[in-house]
Design a protein around this ligand. Structure first.
Ligand code: XMP
Length: 326
């Protein structure tokens, strides 16, 4: 039996012992693991912690604000935000091959994080402090799977792996190492983190970048962001967001089909809904979302996103299909 307040007490004690009066750095992704890990470390050592949030421009609607405002407000954490969206989009211009997208985003991400970290290290040195530790939101299942990657990593390269140069190595602080996801969520709730963050479904590091099939452009991102927000809102209103493992919303940007919207013939792109149920993302089944919920999502997306004239449902399990389309 566990309860979240004793987990918090234990971890806070452990972190204090490990860190002493040294300084700590932590990267935030917008997801629950890094947020809870950071909040625990902050509870333990307060302003010795600095968080870094790289905004790669590929997050969903409202997520950047969630980190920059809601999370900071809830925790009082010192946060450095790097708005790198311009750079990411420029680097991704003309790229439509999924693994190249991942490689570019992963590489840019780690270099941006590195640059911000160097600055924080330099600032700390100026104040006579030293950054000795790096927080990681590693969970127990990641530890057990040894090597850290799941089977999918062999098929699609995941980007949340190492990559800092030798002169920028830190000792790791991993306060979630003994916890399962439900415990992490309970701890996050107990620590007062924003509910949307605590309950956020798995979301890939490369973000919306791998949910636009085709080239990533600012316009396409705006359309997908809106469609995704509608789907999330309706699934949540229907009380389904905690039953569904995740629901990628995908823009088939290079596909055009004929439609009629208002009195006009249109030639727009389809949006794919990919709600899945799963235990661990290794296998998945398509979720039997009630028809009336699907109908509401479809009506709203085609009404509110001019560029979209068709909404389709992915009814494939994994295998053979992966959860994401790219
Ligand atoms: P697939 O599409 O391989 O996805 O069935 C399995 C799980 O992994 C997530 N995913 C990623 N996560 N970087 C990540 O951090 C990635 O490049 C990536 N690709 C897929 C996906 O959302 C699902 O939860």
């Amino acid at each position: 039996e566990w309860d979240s307040s004793s987990i918090i007490e234990d971890q806070v004690e452990k972190i204090r012992q490990q860190v002493g009066d040294a300084r700590v750095i932590c990267g935030l992704s917008g997801g629950v693991d890094s947020a809870v890990a950071a909040a625990l470390v902050h509870k333990a050592v307060g302003d010795q912690l600095t968080c870094v949030f790289v905004d790669h421009g590929l997050l969903r609607k409202g997520e950047v604000e969630q980190v920059k405002h809601d999370f900071v407000e809830a925790t009082g954490i010192k946060l450095v935000t790097v708005d790198a969206s311009e750079e990411f989009l420029t680097a991704l211009e003309g790229v439509s091959e999924p693994e190249r997208k991942r490689k570019i985003i992963g590489e840019k991400f780690i270099r941006t994080f590195e640059k911000a970290t160097r600055q924080i290290v330099a600032d700390a040195a100026e104040e006579g402090g030293e950054i000795k530790f790096l927080v990681q939101g590693t969970l127990y299942p990641d530890v057990v799977e040894s090597g850290g990657g799941d089977g999918a990593a062999n098929i699609k390269s995941h980007h949340n792996v190492g990559g800092l140069p030798d002169d920028l190595q830190f000792e790791l602080v991993e306060p979630l190492r003994t916890l399962f996801k439900d415990e992490v969520r309970a701890v996050g709730t107990e620590l007062g983190l924003p509910e949307e963050m605590v309950w956020r479904q798995p979301f890939p590091g490369p973000g919306l970048g791998i949910r636009i099939v085709g080239e990533i452009t600012r316009e396409r991102l705006a359309v997908l962001r809106e469609a995704d927000a509608i789907a999330r809102e309706e699934l949540s209103k229907a009380g389904l967001d905690r039953d569904i493992w995740q629901c990628p919303v995908v823009l088939l940007a290079d596909v055009h089909s004929v439609g009629v919207q208002g009195d006009e013939r249109t030639y727009g792109s389809p949006i794919v809904l990919r709600p899945v149920s799963s235990e661990d993302a290794m296998t998945a089944d398509w979720s039997r979302v009630p028809y009336d919920v699907l109908a509401k999502i479809s009506t709203r997306i085609t009404n509110e996103c001019r560029e979209i004239n068709r909404v389709v449902l992915d009814v494939t399990s994994k295998p053979p299909a992966t959860i994401e389309w790219e």
